[in-house]
Design a binder for this molecule. Structure first.
Ligand SMILES: [Zn+2]
Ligand SMILES: [Zn+2]
Length: 89
């Protein structure tokens, strides 16, 4: 599959590593009413997925410590979406 944001091409597994390394800033983190969320927007159809971050990550340092882990979860969701909705393989 092709990276939606650059020229990279690879298997979904390689894509996942690439996205986490190069495009982690595409996974937005936010905080509302004492809850934390991550959000990823599909670059093809612009639908967005937002999920609450698990309570075990509620630690003052979490944003930095878990940034990469959360990005990985977000990109999992995005790759599933790209494959299912846009038939990108
Ligand atoms: Zn890329
Ligand atoms: Zn989409």
């Amino acid at each position: 599959m092709n990276c939606p944001w650059c020229d990279f091409e690879g298997t979904p597994r390689e894509m996942h590593a690439h996205l986490t390394r190069e495009h982690a800033d595409r996974v937005e983190l936010s905080e509302r009413n004492d809850r934390r969320y991550y959000k990823i927007a599909c670059p093809v159809c612009e639908s967005t997925y937002e999920r609450e971050i698990k309570p075990r990550y509620r630690d003052p340092e979490f944003l930095n410590e878990f940034r990469e882990e959360i990005a990985m979860v977000g990109f999992d969701m995005l790759i599933n979406h790209l494959v299912a909705e846009h038939e990108l393989v």
